[in-house]
Structures are given as structure tokens and as C-alpha cells.
Design a protein around this ligand. Structure first.
Ligand code: SF4
Length: 80
């Protein structure tokens, strides 16, 4: 009996973070990706979902680019 092992391919996942010390509370990120960012409190933007689905990558990259203080970091982590 021949036993083969198929390669397991998984896609990566996202990790989103904000540096609260440099967030200027402009709200651009909330407008672009409200499912991930929240600015309803007193302080800087809060990341609601630090590991959002990959299909939000384009929107998150846009938010990262728009952020005037470069407070947003979006990483694509390798799959396992
Ligand atoms: S776009 Fe940048 S500066 Fe503006 S609220 Fe979001 S993280 Fe803060």
C-alpha cells in the first residue's frame, strides 16, 4: 500500500495594529474599514479585530496609506 502525503497549503492571515501614541484621531481608518477600526471612545482609534479576514487586505492597505501619522501597521502573516 502506497501512502502519500499531500502538501497542505494554507493562506496567510492578517495582523493589524495601531500605535496609540501617534494616532491623531482623524478617523480616516474608521471610514475606510469600520469593521476593524473604532473611534467612538475618548482616546485613539481602537483595533476591533486584530486578525480580520484576508478579503479586507485592500481596504486595510488603503487605510494604512491614508493614515497621516503612519500609526497603522498591516501585516500578512504566513500560513501554517
Ligand atoms: S487614520 Fe491614523 S491617525 Fe487617523 S484615526 Fe486612524 S490610526 Fe488614527
Amino acid at each position: 500500500m502506497l501512502i502519500t502525503r499531500e502538501a497542505v497549503t494554507t493562506v496567510g492571515r492578517l495582523r493589524v495594529s495601531i500605535d496609540p501614541l501617534v494616532c491623531a484621531c482623524t478617523g480616516y481608518c474608521v471610514q475606510v474599514v469600520p469593521a476593524v477600526f473604532d473611534l467612538s471612545g475618548d482616546g485613539p482609534t481602537v483595533v476591533l479585530d486584530p486578525h480580520p479576514p484576508l478579503d479586507l487586505l485592500d481596504s486595510l492597505s488603503e487605510a494604512e496609506t491614508l493614515c497621516p501619522t503612519h500609526a497603522i501597521r498591516v501585516q500578512v502573516l504566513p500560513g501554517t
